[in-house]
Design a protein around this ligand. Structure first.
Ligand code: GMT
Length: 377
């Protein structure tokens, strides 16, 4: 099969969209395609050498006349330069704003018939889509891309409801590298964190933004730890951290809550956990839920966005209404107390990742989109 030259643009330093874009680039490279990341810094998950992955840094002019550095123009210009020099077949941009619009501009600047694939990740629609200063630009980016994908059916529905673009959008789910996310032997970590054999371990991983409602995780945990010995692992960093620290103190559960900050070896942390909670008020997919499931950890998520497409209620975990701490606590306690149910959910979680979210299948779905576009000329 013909190998493609693919340009990928994403937010390289934070968030699930950058993680998915980078993992996709790595897997495409393993299949022999030539990958060119074009972004403001090197994607943080690009952590080993690949002979066929290249990185092109966007340099932004800081000339004093500019009130705001022209990043978007610099990105478009860099994409055009790389596309011409490296003879790219297509661009896959992650996150509508500004990347889709920059890709369209780059195509006009370049002398190539560049195909553009845009993937919507969530907050580019569910948060930025409500900002009147950006709505038209997002809609334009979607309508002028050759193919638009979204990470869940729910995100597609929200996109049509919000801006009704004249464009077909198809779902391509997120995936994880199953070679990395699997149940590992990490018992030593429990000892090092001072987690007793009898204690249940609950984990939450996020960027601690208000939208993640980490306060609900902490309040639910306080209810759980009132009836059984338990520890809460809070992984990640962000604007809500100090508020969450205060809440933990107010609830008198400092000894049971471990703040880990940003961490890389998540598979080990999931492997010592019994339950993952992701109680967001917006979540187009919930990549961390998928990571936890791959390590055999059942999840409780909220009935928002794509979470019910990822967590199968009553089979791999539970779906509860946003902010319903009483119901979430009840479900968590039920699951943590019932060894058999927990084991069934754990097995089903691993199975769901292998079947519905299998990396090979999802990477192939993207490849099919690329080949169809490139072959149609
Ligand atoms: O909110 C985040 O976690 C970051 C954000 C991003 O764009 O990096 O994540 C969004 O994209 C992820 C990858 O597709 C999804 O798994 C997350 O659900 C989504 N976040 C939200 O919708 C809030």
């Amino acid at each position: 099969m013909k190998k493609l030259k693919i340009g990928i643009t994403c937010y390289p330093t934070v968030g699930g969209s950058g993680v998915v874009a980078t993992e996709l680039g790595k897997m495409l490279a393993e299949k022999g395609h030539e990958i060119h990341f074009i972004s403001s810094s090197i994607p943080f998950r690009l952590n080993r050498m690949y002979h066929n992955i290249y990185y092109h840094q966007v340099e932004v002019n800081q000339y004093s006349v500019f009130q705001y550095p022209p990043y978007d123009i610099a990105l478009a210009s860099k994409i055009a330069e790389v596309a011409n020099r490296e003879k790219l077949d297509l661009l896959h941009v992650h996150y509508a704003i500004p990347h889709a619009v920059c890709a369209i501009l780059a195509k006009q600047m370049s002398n190539r018939d560049l195909k553009i694939v845009t993937t919507l990740h969530g907050t580019d629609i569910t948060v930025l889509g409500y900002d009147p200063s950006l709505t038209e630009a997002i809609k334009f980016g979607i309508e002028k891309s050759d193919v638009v994908t979204a990470v869940s059916n729910a995100l597609i529905e929200q996109t049509y409801e919000l801006m009704n673009p004249d464009k077909q959008i198809e779902t391509v789910y997120n995936f994880i590298d199953e070679r990395v996310y699997q149940k590992l032997e990490a018992k030593h970590l429990r000892e090092e964190f001072g987690i007793g054999d009898e204690e249940k371990t609950i984990i939450h991983v996020s960027n601690f933004r208000a939208v993640k409602r980490v306060q609900d995780v902490v309040k639910t945990f306080a209810n759980i730890s009132a009836v059984m010995p338990a520890k809460l692992l809070l992984v990640g960093d962000g604007p809500e951290v100090s508020r969450i620290c205060n809440l933990v103190r107010e609830l008198g559960i400092e000894d049971q809550v471990i703040f880990l900050g940003k961490q890389e070896s998540l598979a080990e942390l999931y492997s010592i956990s019994d339950l993952m909670m992701l109680l967001s008020e917006k979540e187009s997919f919930g990549l961390v839920a998928l990571e936890a499931m791959a390590c055999g950890v059942p999840c409780i998520g909220t009935n928002v966005g794509g979470l019910p497409e990822v967590i199968h209620h009553g089979a791999t975990g539970f779906i509860c209404e946003v902010g319903d701490i009483a119901d979430i606590s009840k479900k968590a306690i039920l699951l943590l107390n019932d060894k058999k149910l927990h084991q069934e959910f754990s097995i089903q979680s691993i199975e769901t990742v292998k079947v519905k979210f299998k990396a090979d299948r999802i990477v192939e779905q993207y490849e099919q989109i690329y080949f169809k576009l490139v072959n149609q000329g």
